[in-house]
Design a protein around this ligand. Sequence first.
Ligand code: KIV
Length: 270
Amino acid sequence: MSSQKISSGITLATLKNIKERGDKFACLTAYDACFASILNKAGVDVILIGDSLGMVLQGHDSTLPVTMNDMIYHTQCVKRGNKSSLLMADLPFMSYASETQTLENAAALMRAGANIVKLEGGAWIANTTKLLMERGIPICAHMGLTPQSVNRIGGFHVQGRDTNQAQLIIDEAHMLQDAGANILLLECVPRDLAKSITESLEIPVIGIGAGPDTTGQIMVLHDVLGVSPITPKFVKNFLIDSKNGIPGAIEGYVKSVKNHSFPEKQHCFN
Ligand code: KIV
């Protein structure tokens, strides 16, 4: 059999090497082919086809209405425009509630073009992580603020502020690494907590509203371009200072992440 590359660009090994070197990588959401190509050219390492599309594209007030068909469609669109970034796709709300459902839905996202799937949760997704990992599907575990649980949490609030909650996040992060997760994503947690988790795990950690010490940073595309209806504390509009419109804004974001100048103090929770 002739050897054939599955990707001409970033792989999970690239991200692990970046962590080992003490460097940073940049991730951004995209939902279509045109933006995938712009993100490639700007040097974005990981493109997330996020279920945030339910809020920024579809106008819902949460990610809960997003379906598997939505995720498959947008993953296919991004795949067609992508040449070099690693593609991560979200398993949407209630699409990984049972084993059979998880395997079918994760496989559908991989067939649509994803290189890795992301799911939200702590200890309860450890078995799911092991199940998928054993079947060749890489996993990003999304912890901290998990928007699919917004009704249980009671809003989009910072997580891990008290000692017990912080310790639970640390313990569950290790549990998920041990179960085979390839990447951890931390959303809206205090900077010190994200720093200690990043340092104690072997796998790369991506942060959003988690301070500057995680291996990678991620933002929602519409936030970077300043077109989202709400602007959380951790968001920076990179279009304002761009001298080259949208491509310049994305390049500015990538450069700021890689030279450690974003996020700044005002974007962090303490
Ligand atoms: O769906 C999404 O865009 C996300 C990011 C906020 C990390 O999960």
